[in-house]
Design a protein around this ligand. Structure first.
Ligand code: PMP
Length: 392
């Protein structure tokens, strides 16, 4: 297996080799993380609403753990479909105001399983160039034609829709908020195009579920488009602070997926304690509006400070704030300098982002205070000057 060593060396040469590091929680301070002996401000977590340590969620999970046991023991079609699933799926359908919902073990499985259940040979999937890897892998698994359109470029999408007009089934897939850029998909235009060309539309709300909409339903609801989206996907691993994912849509869609989505058919169901914890988190997501309001305010403050300082932070306005530095090496150096200053914010490099756009991806949380963010921003500013990312 010498080839592995050779290929890893090539990756290391261009600052692209990755390795795993251990982190641990700081209980009672959800905005922080520990690396070794050091406590760091965590600007790289997707616990956007600060629910990961919520006592009410932990209590429900603990109770369920003690009554239902640690694992579910089987897939949902065998004996893993425990009581908490039934309640959760009804609550989800009610929250999203749709006919039915289906819970998956995680977002990766939901995306890859749903896309490969909906299309196959002879079909086509139109996918934004910056869509998450789980959608891309679903397309590859499906064996459908992969028509990638330039990021948020609706003219390019139209050209591809014309080119593949005669394909059997057409599916358009997009992130609602893009995971590495924090900008929004043009959902209204996507709905108009899907209607014009008779395509299905799937929207991934991993980074917008819980955050937009009056009760955290997501960006599709924020724009009043929920009835125009055929397949509405979201995760419980980010705003909900736990783990898992959902698909919402028509009864027919869910019936199809129960029969055809392979990650649901051939993988063990989530532990019941997780499913019960998600139900509790859903109540908090719907009711605790202050978490969303706080996150918007934190995002505005942090973004305005970094853009006024002269950093390239892209064009979004969400809680995901990319600080684009260009080279892989610079992204690594920047991240190391942040850690020395007591902040964890990881370097994101290709293939996660396009070549030449390596970045620090900051993700904010409702638990961060203005003082913490301004303090962090001042340190980011001085690192930017010291490393030459900003000119004096
Ligand atoms: N979709 C998007 C847009 C994501 O960013 C992610 C995770 N980072 C996923 C799907 C996968 O979700 P999960 O982590 O629950 O597997």
């Amino acid at each position: 297996m010498k080839w592995m060593e050779e290929e890893l060396e090539l990756l290391a040469d261009v600052s692209r080799e990755r390795s795993l590091r251990i982190t641990s929680s700081v209980f009672g301070s959800p905005g922080y993380t520990m690396r070794g002996e050091r406590t760091l401000l965590n600007l790289s977590s997707n616990d956007y609403l600060g629910l990961a340590q919520h006592p009410a969620i932990l209590e429900v999970m603990r109770e369920t753990l003690l009554t239902e046991g640690a694992g579910s023991g089987a897939s949902r079609h065998v004996t893993g479909n425990r009581l908490p699933y039934g309640c959760l799926e009804e609550e989800l359908a009610d929250w999203q105001n749709c006919e039915a919902a289906l819970v998956f073990a995680n977002g990766y499985m939901a995306n890859s399983g749903v896309i490969s259940a909906l299309v196959g040979r002879g079909d086509v999937v139109f996918s934004d160039q910056l869509n998450h890897a789980s959608m891309v892998d679903g397309i590859v698994l499906s064996r459908a034609e992969h028509a990638r359109y330039r990021h948020n470029d609706m003219e390019h999408l139209r050209t591809l829709l014309n080119k593949y007009r005669d394909k059997r089934r057409k599916l358009i897939v997009t992130d609602a908020i893009f995971s590495m850029d924090g900008d929004m998909a043009p959902l209204r235009e996507l709905v108009a195009l899907k209607q014009e060309y008779g395509a299905m539309l799937m929207v991934d709300e991993a980074h917008s579920g819980g955050i937009y909409g009056g009760r955290g339903e997501g960006l599709c609801h924020e724009f009043g488009l929920q009835n125009d989206i055929d397949i509405h996907m979201g995760t419980f691993s980010k705003s909900f602070g736990i783990y898992g994912a959902y698909i919402c849509g028509s009864r027919l869609l869910i019936r199809w997926l129960v029969n055809k989505a392979r990650p649901l058919l051939y993988s063990t169901a989530l532990p019941p304690s997780i499913v019960a914890g998600i139900s509790k988190a859903l109540v908090l997501v719907k009711e605790e509006h202050w978490r969303r309001e706080r996150l918007y305010a934190a995002s505005r403050l942090f973004r305005s400070f970094l853009s006024d300082a002269g950093f390239n932070i892209g064009s979004g306005n969400s809680q995901i704030v990319p600080l684009i530095v260009g080279s892989n090496d610079m992204a690594l150096r920047f991240s190391e300098a942040l850690e020395e200053e007591g902040i964890t914010a990881v370097a994101i490099r290709p293939p996660t982002v396009p070549d030449g756009t390596a970045r620090i991806r900051f993700s904010l949380s409702a638990v961060h205070t203005d003082k913490e963010l301004l303090n962090a921003a001042a340190r980011i500013h001085s690192i930017g000057l010291r490393l030459g990312v900003l000119s004096p």
